[in-house]
Design a binder for this molecule. Structure first.
Ligand code: GRF
Length: 218
């Protein structure tokens, strides 16, 4: 039985393209009363994503927008932000949203946006982070939560969690262990935003009071 969302719950929209395990982690933490948020909408560019299937199964409002129906990336992003704005979110969480959001899209966002990325940024923005960490011989790897800004995976880092790379790790094994720390990292970071321990403001006076605080989950 889910705990009812309190009126003070932070209204969160989730953008996701894939399996949706980070979405599930957030939703389950909220359902068990461990995270003061309400997921007010799930938005996806993939109709057959795990994220949409999960939202459907949990009766969470969800919207699919097909990129092929829009002439340009900017048009898609405008429609995405308009749809998200209609849910009145206070925070947008990109959790495996596999599209680059245009600058115009970022400017049109109705509220601050954060993203979870599977690397210790600023190392390895973009794709194939686990294979790249292995190829570089890194002894540790992990995940970062950062503000979404116009540089790909380059916004201000809010929190990070790391794990040791094991000698025989394959990219898949490493990805699985990183995913296992992504979930508590994302929950802890969203909780810190909901509690006001991380503050997100737009404009030149943006202040992040928990900047680079590292959640050590080893
Ligand atoms: C995660 O590794 C996330 O960091 C990355 O995409 C993956 C999404 O996983 N951006 P899931 O869809 O939440 O399971």
């Amino acid at each position: 039985m889910s705990a009812p969302a309190s009126p003070e719950a932070l209204r969160v929209a989730v953008f996701a393209s894939g399996r949706g395990t980070n979405l599930q982690a957030l939703h389950q933490a909220a359902s068990f009363g461990e995270l003061p948020i309400q997921i007010v909408g799930v938005f996806s560019d993939k109709a057959d994503s795990g994220a949409i299937a999960y939202a459907e199964s949990q009766h969470i409002a969800h919207t699919h927008l097909d990129p092929k129906s829009f002439a340009t990336r900017e048009d898609f992003d405008a429609a995405l932000m308009q749809a998200a704005a209609a849910a009145c979110p206070e925070l947008i969480v990109c959790a495996g949203f596999m599209r680059i959001i245009s600058e115009a899209g970022i400017r049109a966002a109705p509220c601050p946006m954060i993203n979870i990325h599977p690397s210790l940024l600023p190392k390895y923005p973009g794709l194939h982070t686990h294979a790249r960490a292995l190829a570089a011989g890194d002894v540790e790897h992990g995940a970062s939560v950062h503000r979404v800004e116009s540089v790909l995976d380059g916004g201000r880092i809010l929190s990070q969690a790391k794990i040791a790379v094991l000698p025989d790790d394959s990219p898949e094994q490493l990805a699985e262990r990183v995913l296992a720390i992504e979930h508590p990292l994302l929950i802890a970071t969203v909780r810190a935003i909901a509690d006001g321990r991380i503050t997100l403001h737009d404009g030149a006076d943006t202040r992040v009071s928990w900047l680079n605080h590292r959640l050590e989950l080893e």
